[in-house]
Design a protein around this ligand. Sequence first.
Ligand code: UD1
Length: 420
Amino acid sequence: MDKLSITGGAQLRGRLRVSGAKNAALPILAGTLLTDEPVTISNAPHLHDVTTMLELLGCLGAQVAVDEKLNVEVTAKNLTELLAPYELVKTMRASFLVLGPLVAKYGAAEVSLPGGCAIGSRPVDQHLKGLEALGAAVEVKDGYVKARAANGLVGAEVYMDLVTVGGTENLMMAACLAKGTTRLHNCACEPEIVDLGNFLATLGADISGYGTPTIEIHGVSKMSGGQHRIMPDRIEAGTYLIAAAATGGSIKLVDVDARTLGALLEKLQQAGAQITVGDDWVELDMHGARPIAVDIETSPYPGFPTDMQAQFMALNSIAQGTSTIRENIFENRFMHVQEMNRLGANIELHGHSMAVVHGVDELRAAPVMATDLRASSSLVIAALAAQGTTTIDRIYHIDRGYETIEEKLQQIGGAVQRVS
Ligand code: UD1
């Protein structure tokens, strides 16, 4: 099993291109199921999760081709299967996003329940409640969700009980082909939702309000083919910004949209970073200084993203002062704490949702283990800031979300090697 070997202590410096966003690519690839015509997706990141989604589309009978520029062309005509098997859904929760498009277009689908997950129970009740509101008969049996709408979905008012990114995406896609008007209320407003909305509009959906809490969709009878470029990955971008800040370095990221990074950039400034932004770039300079501890609290967009909580904790662990970190989205998202403490951090947990981080002068290398995707990247940041050589085990988690992480870090001066 691959490991990362990281010798810390060097300030990260240089320029990096940000990859396409995993969390936009996955729903958009699921959305290709809404049309018979070819759809071309560019800037999809080369990641394990994206390969899993392409495999799932292939299992359903879609034609999937990747050209020499890594553009993905999907033609989802004459599907042979309307079933997403457990083997694929269990490895990636986002596989559940094929449910909405399949029921909307084919009137039936069977998708395995995603089940438990390392960072919390993560139910799908809001996805199902919304589909029922659109007229689907939904049954949960033998670990599978079976949804039927033989005469098609029908537009409705849908109120989500909580803000869910995946729920909003599944229902946006389902409503595109429903008869009449759907209004989705209490929607997630994440930039990835906006990217999905733009993609659906390109395919001929009559959709507005995405990026706000209320999305209105007038169903169309058929959607067309088209081309779409995936937005830059704000979580990858944020991870490299925090890594540079934790090492006292400076970095310029290109192919990034600074507007999607607002809450993080503000916290990085409070931590002492000088931030400069342009149309498609962001620059961070710590001028060699040790970061200052900053309190953070996660919340739905435009609040501080839960997907950047662990990485910011790594920064706070070597910062000057004490900070609190409150996790409000997932109930079990502090698994990195134990591993960071092995590196010499001083972090106390108060229940499931609050951590108090006492900044230490120095972290020291130790063998550690990656537990989930973003926790893994937080350990990479801590190792880059630590004295000595740290080995991080189980890095397959990192490969789900970070394209060629060791090459990118080497490019900015990180002493990082993949070892088996
Ligand atoms: C997406 C992101 C993930 C990010 C998360 C929150 C993708 C592929 N993944 O995950 O990286 O961490 O948003 O920003 O885009 N919930 C329910 N019922 C539901 C649905 C969700 O109770 O039907 C709860 C979840 O358990 C969780 C919270 O709502 O506590 C947020 O989940 P959600 O926004 O749906 O996350 P995902 O779409 O799974």
